[in-house]
Design a protein around this ligand. Sequence first.
Ligand code: SF4
Length: 324
Amino acid sequence: MVIEMANLLEVKDLKKYFPVRSGMPGFGQKWLKAVDRVSFTIAPGETLGLVGESGCGKTTVGRSILRLTKPTGGRVFFRGTELTALNGRKLRPFRPKMQIVFQDPYSSLNPRMIVLDLVGEGLQGVNPQKKKDLVVAVLERVGLSPEILYHYPHEFSGGQRQRIAIARAIVLQPELLVCDEAVSALDVSIQAQIINLLIKLRQEMKIAYLFISHDLAVVKHISHRVAVMYLGQIMEIAPTGRLFANPLHPYTKALLAAVPVPDPEFKRERLLLSGEARRGTDMDEGCRFAPRCPYAENRCHREEPPLVAVGDGRQVKCFLVKSK
Ligand code: SF4
């Protein structure tokens, strides 16, 4: 697929900190750095997978970009406009352009609303007949019959509900869709159907996705590039094929080593993690992965490695991987 390279979304040094108590008398406010200086871009029509273990901050990245939570710092640009400099009314024109699909289709749809109103809720200033026509068209686009217009969410399966949630997001013709564990609550066979639907919509509507998931197999299938997060920071970002064929960061290697490979001839470097994860507070020094990294050197516990370009469109945050 040819991707237009001017950025649709640019995220620079995004931070989201939460206050925590230090537990030590005499010490002031401490911060849990849920997202700490995260930077990446997404081109129009591109899918960036954002992976990492539960609690690594990937959901907070998505929510901060959409301003569902206010970032502590950093800048977010959408088609060159700095969203982080806008508030209230000035942000409103950008809302339809950036939509989100959540993990749980059972709780993300209002149970008291019929499908017509759920899907058409964001259509402002549109007469009832036009709204109905638009909703019918978008239902057909996501593989649902117009006959469901007057039904309630509880009448549908999980996969059908997620299709309704996707219809609700795309009816506004967004340019960016944040999919936050959008298939994680579904059975594997239904997951594949929803992923194929998202790929079809990407081709038809040129939508870009920030695809947040802990499931590497799913991310591999849908993403053009993948960013690997660990404790609030990006450890590696690379085109999907290169990342899976040759992971460079020790954490990426460990994540991939945990994924079963169907080919018995395939040998991947086994890297098993030990040690306790840090919490990512402002008391931490050095590389955040150091307590669990089998290659950690003395300086890894004192200095933080930079995220550097290593060629082939890849960036890696590890002292052992040299920049180019
Ligand atoms: Fe491991 Fe050091 Fe690289 Fe961090 S910088 S991933 S601790 S080798």
